[in-house]
Design a protein around this ligand. Structure first.
Ligand code: ATP
Length: 732
């Protein structure tokens, strides 16, 4: 048998551990109402992974755990274990002789799934079961009152149940898995694309840096060449002109020494200056003497003039006196005159003769005195003239002496001036010579100065040259040595051309500096790894796209397989359905048909027109013999059960499931139909293990083993198994 056993512990009404062993093809579960028969049906669903609490007739996971009785405490968890025989490798993905599916639910609602004692995911269990047509729709487990579930289901649900029954679920799992993989792969592509985009941006940035680095390397090469040329022409220029200007400086310095000596020699001697000064001093002295002599001469001349004037006056006076014989002085005459007139005035009126005679005598004395005085004056005048002449004569002598001195002085002065002129003339000649020498020296000095300036400039050039060498080392690195030590011979260029070339060199340096010389190894390494990463991501995206294509192919292949199997399956089901329907209803027709179902798509916008998605569903079409009823809704309860049983059993005939649980599927059947139902069970039991929960004696009679359920005093379900043959014997 495929299904070996079912063990319940703590599940619903099964407080204690209970095991049902399925050693026969048909096992019936019987017992009074509420004894826990349907709990067994549900335990199958529970163990096979059912998630709907409604289907398990509960509200929450805790409801599945035995909740205790008056004197019995509740269980901590509910556990159901299903053991399958796998010695023939029926469950192809399981490498054990037995497949043990074990599910436990805890009070907190947590579930634990185990496969052969190892914890697994629910999905793992569902996949294994789906491969052997034990699908999640539970078409092989017909719960109590669920016989006509397939009739009540929507066309889409029916289709799903049929797909499940046809064993297409594992293909759909594969398809769903592939679709999920496509979704995941698409997400991965998006992630990888996003990542690649970011990496590309970074790569672009690094590429720019690397390109800059390459451009810098190129510029460096150009700069090395430029430096090479510059160093050669500059070196040539400096060495050539330094040699030339040094020679010129040496020559000019010699000339300078020569000129300096000559200038020194040609300088006005002290003597000559002193001589000129002496002449000047002498001349001043002579001029002073001459001036003194002339002053003296003027003085004597004035003296002579005065004396001659005096003499002339005296002489004229004498001539007058000589003519008038009067030498008296006017004063004396006037004095005498006054005295006389005074006496006269006194005696004019005098009558006295004596008086008168006295007065005449007084007058006579006065006149006599006057006459004497005249004689005295005459002599005095003559003496005075003689003295003046004497004096004049002396002055003239004096004048002659001075004039003699004067002419001597004049002669001296002329001689002195002549000497001075001669000395000045000599000095002038010497000055002209000096000026010539000085002019030559000036010119030579300028040449020396030019030389020095040029040599200084060359020193600065050399300094600049050395600085350039250092800068070259910094800019172009080790190659600089070879650049600087180049011994290539170059043409001599003028400064202007070198300057122009240097400007070009500077421009190159600036461009190189702007680009930036250095790109450290880590950046290059980063560029390399980023590029590799970018390429890897691009390849990854390509691979992922290829994998999507391959998944799409798989999906399309699976869909074709599903469609094909579904089509064939539906055809086979219809054949079997018709047959079973005929058996159950003694005629009539029944079929399942594919129909298109319009499914409304949920819209978030209330005002929007409703949209529909077209899907495929399954419709059941029946035609009962002697009845015109076409609609399923018009069938009686029993008829509905029969249609359901016919359809479910026909489905099970096409792809027989490992086992089927039929919980009171026969509840609505009359005796005749119960018999037919029993026949069908037996027929089906050839390919499928059957667990039937029933109150129907006919059904019970078809079972190999009957498990009787009852409820003990603790409110817990208890089991008692009886083989049907033994029961019959006991009954007889
Ligand atoms: P019927 O023949 O009327 O259909 P049944 O034998 O199928 O009856 P079940 O429906 O299997 O009976 O069992 C129902 C019983 O199980 C109820 O009496 C209920 O009290 C009991 N039961 C359900 N859940 C629990 C639980 N968690 N703990 C204890 N007992 C429970």
């Amino acid at each position: 048998m495929r299904l070996k056993s079912l063990t319940l512990k703590g599940f619903k009404s099964f407080a204690e551990k209970k095991e049902i062993v399925f050693s026969d093809k048909i096992v019936a579960i019987v017992g009074p109402n509420g004894s826990g028969k349907s709990n067994i049906t549900e335990s199958f669903r529970f163990a096979l992974g059912e998630q709907s609490m409604k289907i398990l007739r509960s509200k929450k996971g805790e409801d599945l755990i035995y909740h205790g009785h008056q004197n019995t405490s509740s269980q901590d968890n509910a556990n159901v274990k299903l053991v399958f025989n796998n010695s023939d490798g029926f469950f192809s993905t399981v490498n054990f002789n037995e497949l043990i599916i074990d599910r436990t639910v805890y009070k907190n609602g947590e579930n634990e799934y185990k496969l052969n004692g190892t914890s697994v995911r629910l999905r793992d269990i569902l996949e294994i079961l789906a491969r052997v047509n034990i699908g999640p729709t539970g078409h092989h487990i017909i719960s109590q009152g669920g016989a006509d579930r397939i009739l009540n289901a929507t066309p889409e649900e029916r289709k799903e149940m049929i797909e499940d029954g046809l064993g297409l679920k594992h293909l759909q799992y594969k398809k769903i898995e592939s679709e999920k993989k496509i979704k995941r792969t698409t997400e991965n592509i998006e992630k990888a694309t996003g990542l690649a985009r970011e990496v590309k941006i970074h790569l672009g940035f690094l590429e720019k840096q690397v390109n800059k680095h390459k451009r810098a390397e190129q510029l460096k090469e150009e700069l090395i060449e430029a430096y090479k040329y510059f160093f050669l022409i500059q070196k040539k220029y400096i060495s050539h002109w330094t040699e030339k200007y040094n020679k010129q400086l040496f020559h000019s310095k010699n000339i300078d020494a020569d000129l300096s000596k000559k200038i020194e020699d040609s300088k006005l001697s002290k003597e000559l200056t002193e001589i000129i000064q002496e002449y000047k001093n002498k001349n001043i002295k002579v001029e002073n003497e001459l001036s003194e002599l002339r002053q003296e001469k003027d003085k004597i001349s004035r003296e002579l003039g005065r004396l001659e004037g005096k003499k002339e006056t005296r002489f004229e006076n004498k001539l007058d006196t000589d003519q008038n014989n009067l030498y008296l002085k006017t004063k004396d005459v006037l004095e005498a005159h006054n005295k006389v007139f005074k006496i006269i005035d006194l005696h004019t009126k005098t009558t006295d003769l004596d008086e008168f005679k006295k007065a005449v005598c007084e007058i006579k004395d006065i006149l006599l005195t006057l006459s004497n005085k005249d004689e005295e004056c005459k002599q005095e005048s003559q003496e005075e003239i003689l003295n003046i002449d004497k004096e004049i004569e002396e002055k003239k002598k004096e004048m002659a002496k001075i004039e003699e001195k004067e002419s001597l002085c004049i002669k001296n002065s002329t001689d002195i001036l002549k000497g001075q002129e001669e000395a000045i003339k000599n000095a002038h000649i010497k000055e002209i010579q000096m000026l010539d020498l000085l002019s030559k020296k000036n010119k030579n000095d300028r040449e020396i100065s030019d030389c020095n300036r040029n040599i200084d400039q060359l020193k600065r050039d050399l300094c600049e040259y050395n600085q350039e060498k250092t800068e070259c080392m910094a800019l172009v690195g080790v190659e600089c040595d070879s650049v600087v030590s180049s011994s290539e011979e170059m043409d001599l260029l003028d400064r202007e051309k070198i300057y122009d070339f240097k400007k070009g060199l500077e421009r190159l340096k600036i461009r190189l500096e702007e680009i930036g010389i250095g790109l450290d190894d880590s950046t290059l390494e980063e560029y390399k790894t980023t590029k590799e990463r970018c390429e890897f991501l691009e390849k990854e995206i390509l691979d992922l796209r290829e994998s999507i294509n391959s998944l799409k192919e798989t999906i399309s292949r699976l869909q074709s397989e599903i469609d094909d199997k579904f089509k064939k399956g539906v055809a086979s089901i219809n054949k079997e359905f018709e047959k079973l329907f005929n058996i159950l209803f003694d005629g009539g027709t029944a079929a399942i048909k594919l129909i298109k179902v319009q499914k409304k798509i949920k819209s978030f916008d209330e005002g929007e027109d409703p949209k529909f998605d077209e899907r495929i569903g399954i419709d059941i079409v029946t035609s009962l013999p002697q009845k015109k009823i076409k609609e399923l809704e018009q069938l009686s309860g029993g008829e509905r059960s029969l249609v359901s049983i016919a359809l479910l059993f026909s489905l099970s005939q096409i792809t027989p499931p490992a086992f089927m649980v039929l919980d009171e599927t026969d509840a609505a059947l009359d005796e005749a139909n119960s018999k037919k139902y029993g026949d069908m069970l037996e027929s089906m039991a050839k390919t499928t293990q059957l667990i039937v929960v029933t109150h129907n004696r006919e059904t019970m009679s078809r079972a190999d083993v009957i498990y009787g359920l009852s409820v003990n005093q603790k409110g817990s379900s208890t089991l008692l198994s009886v083989r049907f043959d033994d029961a019959v014997k006991i009954a007889k």
